[in-house]
Design a protein around this ligand. Structure first.
Ligand code: GTR
Length: 325
């Protein structure tokens, strides 16, 4: 073999080795608005470890936390178009895209977190996961998000009358907008990343969220009044881009789906611990937590239910959720 062809052979061998390495691992890009360490972020990382083990290193997941890939509404579009492989988002921003997601997002639809877990783990959850497929997405799993409650920079809220005229930031979803407006307050839909400064500058009087978000986004530094009205128990969703999904073999699709399901168990453990920790942090920081009579809020939701339970299918979904033990 000439010197030249030896070199060529070596180069080719090295090249194919590189290609081999490149083929060995496909890194799926996953988006999350929350910071590193947040239960949703850690759950998707855990799912990535499971996938890596179960595919012998052919697939793994890189979680881009802290909204590095954009705010939730944008990342949903990017996931639909295949730019992002996986997206962990609240169900809220999907309400205008996948009508079925409006049902579990309705205020006071779930009686408790246990009720939500039970329903989302069963046939209703499966039906909603399936509904994403008509929108270029594959629904993989639901995660916990506790209960959302109002908080504000102005005053303690003891009754529905105190909400009147107050300006609350909500998720970019008409369900959320209509909920706040039905309570006599004013809704301002806004991306999550803009809420802190909007609270600080007084563009809004308050927002609404669960303990871990209220704490990790530091909203509690400016909003010192938290009202335990627990108006929504909205699950989080993990979706995959249909385009990315279609690149997987059927065997790998099964592995990804199962790993997502397995990560739910882990997420719930992390969630339960984080809720307590976050509540503790904000209370120690001087946030005043007030109780409120929920019944007038529940009663005010009648027009919101009528608007979103607009077809026999959606009514049936709501009835099945409510009937579940
Ligand atoms: C959180 C949720 C986020 C985001 C945020 C918001 O509870 O985990 O995905 O939707 O609420 O209010 O925008």
């Amino acid at each position: 073999m000439s010197h030249f062809s030896k070199l060529t052979a070596a180069t080719l061998a090295f090249g194919s080795l590189l290609i081999g390495i490149a083929n060995a691992e496909t890194v799926l890009r996953s988006s999350d608005t929350h910071p590193d360490g947040y239960p949703t972020v850690e759950a998707v990382k855990y799912m990535g470890e499971l996938i890596k083990q179960r595919t012998n290193g052919r697939y793994s997941i890189e979680v881009y936390h802290s909204a590095q890939l954009g705010e939730e509404k944008d990342t949903i579009e990017q996931t639909q178009s295949g730019v992002i492989d996986l997206d962990r988002v609240s169900m809220g921003p999907f309400n205008g895209i996948v009508p079925e997601t409006a049902v579990p997002s309705l205020p006071y639809m779930f009686r408790s977190v246990e009720h939500m877990r039970h329903v989302m783990d069963g046939p209703v959850g499966d039906q909603i996961l399936k509904a994403f497929e008509a929108h270029d997405l594959v629904g993989l799993a639901f995660y916990d998000s506790g209960a959302r409650s109002f908080y504000n920079t102005k005053k303690d809220i003891a009754s529905i009358a105190d909400l009147k005229g107050m300006k609350f930031r909500v998720i970019q979803s008409d369900v959320f907008v209509d909920m706040v407006n039905a309570l006599g307050a004013n809704a301002t839909p806004m991306a999550y990343g803009e809420v802190y400064s909007a609270l600080q500058t007084g563009v809004i009087d308050g927002a609404e969220n669960n303990w871990p978000s209220f704490e990790s986004a530091k909203h509690y530094e400016v909003a010192k009044h938290y009202t335990l009205d627990q108006h929504q128990i909205v699950p989080e969703v993990l979706v995959m881009s249909k385009a990315s999904w279609d690149k997987l073999s059927p065997e790998d699709q099964t592995i990804v789906r199962q790993a997502a399901k397995d990560s739910v168990v882990k997420m719930r453990e992390l969630w339960d611990a984080q809720e307590k920790k976050s509540r503790d942090i904000v209370e120690k920081a001087g946030v005043k937590v007030s109780e409120i009579d929920k019944q007038p809020l529940i009663d005010a939701m009648k027009p919101v239910y009528d608007k979103y339970l607009s077809t026999p299918e959606l009514k049936d979904l709501a009835a099945r959720i409510q009937a579940a033990k």
